[in-house]
Design a protein around this ligand. Structure first.
Ligand SMILES: [Zn+2]
Ligand SMILES: [Zn+2]
Length: 245
């Protein structure tokens, strides 16, 4: 049994410290056969890619590193933020078509498209972390935004569900199952992931175990995710980056 891919890593194209080549070399050294570069999109405040023209440079860089034949296949992806309460992603459909892999997730620091979302979606998520009241309404808004994104776009992976921005996993998991999107077990963020595994199990959804590495050293650091799915007896054939042998 072996985790053969890490489908969520960051590089200097957004807030990671390593280059595409360094992430690829690290993945190869760990014995992975695939690694995805999934930097933050342009509407993520501070951490995001500076402008969408960077995307083309990233695509070229991924193609160049693949030609170096480091012993690992590099996929060009992006971690796109949901930027409206109706589930719009920060990327155009045209940009998405250029990617090998689309990761989508909720992040609290982004530029909303519409002012109303500042009041109903962005600010409550910041206040909610200070003030634990109004939780149910906020969870509802977040759940709707994320499930709509999964319905509207070809999302391969939902990154770190329920991290920082609470969502109803029992609602999200069936939509992921229906759309063939994987729920992520993110080994880079420390929070309770048991509910993700249990919700995916119940809904028949797939899981993926990713590092969310922001340094080359962390690429392929996936062991804690495998331990979690094994502890909860999740059906291992539904972990998309796990090879059973
Ligand atoms: Zn993220
Ligand atoms: Zn990430």
């Amino acid at each position: 049994m072996k985790l053969f891919a890490d489908y969520h890593t960051h590089t200097v194209f957004s807030d990671g410290l390593g280059t595409v080549r360094e992430n690829a070399a690290s993945a190869a050294a760990r014995g992975l056969s695939e690694v995805a570069i999934t930097d933050h999109g342009p509407r993520n405040i501070v951490t995001g890619m500076k402008g969408l023209d960077k995307l083309n440079i990233m695509l070229e860089e991924v193609a160049r590193v693949n030609r170096l034949d480091l012993g690992v296949k590099v996929l060009a992806g992006l971690e796109a933020s949901v930027v409206s309460s109706s589930g719009e992603l920060e990327l155009s459909r045209r940009a998405i078509k250029q990617l090998d892999l689309l990761v989508a997730g909720l992040h609290p620091y982004f530029l909303p498209r519409q002012l109303k979302d500042l009041w109903h979606f962005v600010l409550p998520n910041h206040l909610g972390r200070v003030r634990r009241s109004s939780g149910a309404k906020l969870k509802n808004t977040n759940t709707k935004a994320l499930t709509e994104a999964v319905r509207r776009y070809p999302v391969d992976i939902v990154s770190h569900p329920n991290f920082m921005m609470p969502v109803e996993l029992q609602e999200l998991a069936p939509v992921c199952a229906e759309r063939n999107s994987s729920l992520e077990i993110n080994t880079g963020h420390v929070y309770n992931k048991d509910m993700i595994v249990l919700a995916a199990q119940k809904a028949g959804a797939k899981l993926v175990i990713n590092s969310d590495a922001h340094t080359p050293q962390r690429v392929g650091d996936l062991a804690s995710g495998l331990a979690l799915v094994e502890r909860l007896k999740f059906p291992l054939q539904r972990v998309v980056n796990l090879r059973l042998e």
